[in-house]
Design a binder for this molecule. Structure first.
Ligand code: MN
Length: 499
């Protein structure tokens, strides 16, 4: 028997929850969207909408289609296998004539499906999908009771929380699939290619060609007698950390602070997408931007885009706490423990431990990190719903309760000069377009320290320092400990009322 063509059913949660049924026909995927999904039950008739052919490259795509791309949402390969048209040799002609009978050989779907056009033409052709009464028919069989991917065994929620690839439907099909977790070998290859470049050149990184310049420029002095940090070293760090860091940036507007010569300069991406941004770097226009404010933001959805930003000197990564699809609904509440000029590290640790106790008491999962500067931040993941007003009030209430325990350490009168030496519990960062530095972002300082996730227990480690992790040591820590923020991506919790 000659090789049969393939079919796939992808469970796709986008604007609406539906299943996409696709048959390989002459090098393309002829496709229908089936809101209730295909079934083995011959008594159930399903409405199906013919949608545009998809490229063959999409056949086994499982992952996330980012915001701003057509079909934004998550995709699971719900079933796949081979198929054979029944009663015709010309499947394309059968589809155009409005009736296709298909024998399918999948993991879940088996037997004969019939698709019949009922009305409408062009964009919204409406069809009927039924399973024939044959030996594979099962009455009462519902697709929602068999939700897991036949490729990876994962549910849609599991794919969404920890996806390893995205589909950029705005790009040509052969470049649309982006692998977010390249194999360690391919990262090593990219790093060795970087080391072999002269002062500039074309660097292939994560499947994209990037023009890199001034590689041997010193960006930051070294620390404690170490060698200065060159741009080449920072680009190498960006590439090595990108597959991990992108999780905390994707789908979010990014305020990029540019440090082309080590010193801070203003952003470079204000009114519109710059000409020099390659098409695989995302962009988002803030509809609420006032005159004179930044309107267009970069959106870093794939590892190469983060390396691109680093090449331009955007070394500190400040992502919004909301996603671009719902910019007024944060996905984290933030506690920013910001030392004053006279607050000691020991004092700040006292405040951090009090917050640790509070989160434990509230039975909330919260994730601390050192900032790479002088502070500590705590990220509290929440299900989307509350607005910034709600999260700001909640964090203020929490921090005022904690601060009342140690009133001599904390100032609430931030504008009053005489008290500026005290620590600030800065709940005001819970606002639209306010950002804190993202996990694993380098900081513009000697030795290029990094904002690094820590465990709560490490608050008791006498060696812990707010700027102790750098581009030179945080990767080894990541290899040993894993990404301590990763569990945050799957947490579903709401902020409890505070008495
Ligand atoms: Mn779809």
């Amino acid at each position: 028997m000659a090789d049969l063509p393939r079919f796939v059913v992808q469970h796709h949660r986008a604007t609406g929850d539906h299943y996409d049924l696709r048959f390989e026909v002459d090098g393309a995927l002829v496709s229908w969207a089936v809101p209730k999904g295909p079934t083995l039950d011959p008594t159930r008739r399903r409405t199906a909408f013919r949608v545009g052919d998809h490229p063959l490259e999409y056949l086994l795509f499982e992952g996330v289609i980012p915001e701003g791309s057509y079909g934004a949402g998550d995709v699971v390969v719900w079933d796949t296998g081979t198929w054979r048209p029944h009663g015709t040799d010309d499947a394309r002609a059968a589809v155009e004539a409005g009736e296709l009978h298909a024998d399918v050989f999948g993991h879940k779907l088996r037997g004969r499906l019939a698709l019949v056009r009922r009305g409408g033409r062009g964009e919204r052709e409406q069809w009927l999908l039924v399973h024939k009464r044959d030996e594979h028919a099962v009455e009462g069989w519902e697709p929602g009771e068999h939700p897991r991917s036949v490729l990876t065994g994962r549910t849609s929620d599991e794919v969404l929380a920890d996806h390893d690839r995205i589909w950029r439907s705005d790009l040509p099909a052969d470049r649309a699939q982006v692998v977010l977790r390249p194999s360690p070998g391919s990262v090593e290859d990219a790093l060795s290619a970087l080391s072999e470049l002269g002062g500039q050149g074309t660097w292939e990184v994560f499947g994209r060609d990037l023009q890199v310049t001034n590689l041997d420029k010193e960006l930051f002095p070294g620390r404690d007698g170490e060698a200065p940090v060159s741009k080449r070293e920072l680009l190498g760090y960006a590439a090595a950390i990108a597959p991990t860091a992108v999780r905390y940036l994707s789908g979010r507007a990014l305020n990029m602070r540019r440090h082309p010569d080590g010193a801070h300069t203003k952003g470079f991406w204000h009114k519109e997408r710059p000409d020099f941004a390659p098409p695989w770097v995302g962009a988002w226009d803030n509809p609420d931007a006032d005159e004179g404010e930044t309107r267009t933001y970069a959106v870093i959805d794939e590892p190469a885009a983060l390396v691109w930003a680093a090449q331009l000197g955007a070394l500190e990564w400040h992502a919004w706490t909301s996603r671009t699809d719902q910019p007024h609904r944060p996905t984290y509440a933030l506690v920013d423990l910001d030392p004053g000029s006279e607050t000691s590290w020991a004092d700040l640790l006292v405040l951090a431990r009090l917050h640790r106790d509070a989160f434990e008491h509230l039975d909330l999962q919260a994730f601390p990190k050192v900032t790479g500067g002088r502070g500590i931040q705590v990220w509290v993941p929440i299900m989307r719903g509350p607005g910034f007003e709600d999260t700001r009030q909640w964090v203020e209430r929490l921090s005022r309760t904690v601060g009342a325990v140690v009133p001599d350490l904390v100032s609430w009168k931030w504008e009053v000069r005489s008290r500026r030496g005290l620590a600030r519990l800065d709940y005001t960062q819970n606002a639209v377009n306010k950002t804190l530095v993202a996990p694993y972002s380098p900081r513009a300082a000697a030795g290029a320290p990094v904002s690094a996730p820590i465990t709560w227990d490490e608050l008791d480690d006498p060696d812990l320092r707010p700027d102790g992790f750098t581009v030179r040591n945080v990767l080894e820590r990541l290899a040993q400990r894993g990404d301590l923020f990763a569990p945050m991506l799957a947490v579903e919790q709401t902020l409890p009322p505070l008495a």
